[in-house]
Each structure stands twice: as C-alpha cells, then as structure tokens.
Design a protein around this ligand. Structure first.
Ligand code: PLP
Length: 416
C-alpha cells in the first residue's frame, strides 16, 4: 500500500485499499467470494511480499556470507537488512540477538534443546501454561524426559485467563525457565507478559515468550518487556512460510551450545576440535532461507506502513463486532472470554460438531479452522473435542463477519 504517513485509524476505505494488495482475497472458494477467517493458522500475503521474494530470485540470488563477487555481497546485504528490520520490529538491543529459524516451532525447539542441555538437571522444573500450543509443550517434554526434569503447568480460569496467583506458586528454586504464549491461538487470550516476566525474574528465572500469535497483531518490545527469548513465525505476519525469528538475550545465547552443526556456524574446524562462530551465526547452520528473510523484511515494512497501533485498534473493534453478532446464534458457547483478547473468536454450538459447521461454511466460501488447534490439553481443560475458530486480520471487513454469522446460522439450521 502506498501510504506516506501512518494511518491513524483504519477506515472501511482503507481496508478496501488494503485488500487490493492481497491478490488471494479477490479469489473465490467454492464459487463464492472468499471470506478468509483463518489468519491465525497462516495469513495471506500482500503483493509487496510476493514481489520481494520473486524479485530476489529474478535479480539477486546467490548464496550469502560466502562470495567475494558482487552478487553474493548484494544478497548478503539484503539478507542482513532483513535481520536489522527484524531487530527493530521487536526492539532488540542488537541484531546479533536475532536468529533466523524456520518458525516459532523451530525457535522454541532450539531453546528447549540448547538451553535445556546446558541448564536443566534431574529434578529441575519447566513452567508452561495450560493454554500453550503443542509447539510450546512438546519440545519441553522432550528435553525434560531426557534430563529427568518436570513440566509444571500454570492453570487458567473458565474465561481462559492465566491464574496469576497459581502461576506464582509454581515458581521455586527448581524452576529453570518459564515458557508462555503472548496470545493464545485457540482462545485469543492476551497474557500479561510483563507481569509473568517480573514474577519469574524476581526469582532469577528466564522467560521464553511464544510470540507466534502476537506478531501480526501488536507491538512486541523485548527490551521493555525484558523477555529473555521470543519466537515468532513469518507466515502468520503476512510474510513467507519457512522463515521465523528467535530472539534471545546475548547473555543466554552466548552461554548456550549450538543447536545444529554445519557450515556457517563455525569459526574453525579440525577433526580434533571445532570452535563456533559469534552470534547470531553460531545458531544458523547451513544455507539460510534467504528469500524468506527478504520476504519477512517486506512484511515488516508493510505492517509498519499501516501502523501497529492502528492495526490493533481496528482488529479489536472487529473482534468486538464479531463477538456481539455471533451472540445471535442460538446455543452458541464462546471458548475464551478473557478480558484482554486479540483477533480470535472460538466457539461451539449446542447440538453441532465443529467439523460439520466448518464444512458447511466452506461450501459458503468461508474459511475457518475447526478442531483442537494444536492445543489438545486446553480442549481437555474445557471438556470439548475442539471449536470453530474464526481468526481476523486487518484485511477482514464487517461484511466478512456478517457472512460468517449468516453462515453459522445456516449451518446450525441444517445440522439440528
Ligand atoms: N505458537 C502458537 C501460539 C501458534 O499459534 C503456532 C501456530 O499455529 C505456533 C506456535 C507454531 O507456529 P509455526 O507452525 O509457524 O512454527
């Protein structure tokens, strides 16, 4: 979008213009104009990102960090510009704290494996919350099993909010790390990250934040929040698939062993002894996803051209509209009614299965997600097999919500 100044408040006309930037939104699904309400799974891509990736392959491609020739140096420069944009996006103190990974999943696995290998001992504890995505549970289970450590789970209330007093009780001198999501993908709950960090740091415990669902919707300032690790994925924030960021404080990253071994991550190699490269390269073995970084940089530019405050405000209004209109559906039960939420409305409707509702919505051209959303323990907590989840982005409109509500009403009338 060609905007020279940030939008103060996103209007219907702005959204109409924004939608022109996303070619896929002009398509039909099952013969109907698509209503895309699955951005929490993966967002659509603006032309700016698509063009950046395609231009890179057309005009700039060469491997990075290796060539003496101009093309390789230009590709390296573009790649490192991407790192600097990612640094600024989260306000990290240094670009050496920005590690490119495949996505939030790989970022969390890196920390669980590498931090865990160095700092976890038998009988130690890792604290997570009851609303974590599997990718912030299973990596910790793997390392806990290996080390004889234990996973402790901070409970949530019926609204889907973390019970802070219970979270605090779990922190003790055996706790080595806290891993918590910023925004729940299944409930939309926004967790009080600053408070979580303050409580953990008061006991000298570092905190990893899963920012996968926060990155597209709100500002994440790692210095202000004093986060130790932050992981997020490019594809959920309008960038390409296969690229993500792991932020880590230098003091931790320097203390941790490498995750993967290979080219790029070494200083020198002999068969007797290998020494490792400085940050961030120590954690970036092998040829990186160069086009992914360039696409991610374009996505960051795109988000910042619109403005993160304006995005958050617009999406909050749209979420409130969706929630209030869905209340018209008889027998609806919202899963996730936290006071602070972002861009997700999850629900079940009495007498229907989420999958059947989703399948009928699909026929009407409406893309939602159904199922457990990779949060099976959370679904167990609510005693349900899954939900219907509509997730929003700034390219969604009030009309999208109206079509969702009419679609759900129709599905319910067919299924009951
Ligand atoms: N964390 C949360 C909260 C998510 O919603 C997701 C994906 O849905 C992930 C982590 C994993 O992201 P990725 O699959 O991009 O690695």
């Amino acid at each position: 979008m060609e905007v020279s100044t940030k939008i103060e408040r996103i209007s219907a006309a702005d959204v109409a213009r924004i939608r022109q930037d996303f070619p896929l939104l002009a398509q039909k699904m099952n013969g109907k104009p698509i209503v895309f309400l699955d951005s929490a799974a993966s967002s659509q891509k603006p032309n700016k990102v698509i063009d950046a990736v395609s231009d890179y392959y057309r005009k700039l491609h060469a491997n990075v960090h290796r060539g003496v020739y101009q093309l390789s140096q230009d590709a390296t420069a573009a790649f490192e510009v991407g790192r600097e944009k990612a640094r600024a996006f989260i306000n990290a103190a240094s670009s050496s704290e920005v590690i490119f990974v495949r996505g939030a999943t790989e970022g969390i696995n890196l920390v669980a494996s590498s931090f865990g290998r160095k700092f976890l001992r038998q009988g130690d504890e890792v604290v997570v919350t009851a609303m974590e995505h599997h990718s912030n549970i299973v990596p910790w289970q793997l390392i806990c099993e290996e080390k004889g450590a234990f996973l402790r789970v901070a409970p949530i209330n019926d609204a889907g909010e973390l019970i802070m007093s219970e979270f605090e009780k779990l922190l003790n001198d055996k706790t080595r790390i806290v891993a918590a999501t910023y925004v729940s993908n299944a409930l939309g709950t926004v967790n009080p990250v600053a408070e979580i960090v303050a409580l953990a740091h008061a006991r000298g415990i570092p905190v990893l934040v899963d920012g996968a669902q926060a990155a597209p919707h709100m500002k994440m300032d790692v210095q202000q929040l004093d986060i130790d690790f932050l992981a997020f994925s490019g594809h959920k924030m309008f960038g390409p698939t296969g690229i993500g960021v792991l932020y880590g404080k230098e003091k931790w990253l320097n203390a941790m062993p490498p995750y993967h071994g290979g080219g790029e991550m070494i200083k020198s190699v002999t068969f007797e002894k290998t020494t490792y490269a400085e940050l961030p390269h120590k954690f970036e073995a092998g040829t990186p996803d160069i086009s992914g970084v360039i696409g991610l940089a374009a996505a960051i530019d795109y988000i910042q051209e619109i403005g993160q405050d304006a995005i958050a405000q617009y999406e909050n209004e749209l979420l409130a509209y969706a929630t209030s209109r869905l209340k018209e559906v008889e027998g609806i039960r919202f899963i996730g009614t936290a006071r602070y939420k972002a861009s997700v409305v999850s629900f079940i409707v009495e007498g229907t299965h989420p999958y059947d509702v989703g399948a009928i919505l699909d026929k009407l051209g409406i893309a939602v997600r159904t199922g457990h959303h990779c949060t099976q323990p959370l679904m167990d907590r609510f005693g349900i097999p899954g939900t219907v989840r509509a997730s929003l982005a700034f390219y969604n409109t009030h009309d999208d919500i109206d079509r969702l509500v009419e679609g759900v009403k129709k599905a319910v009338s067919m299924l009951r």
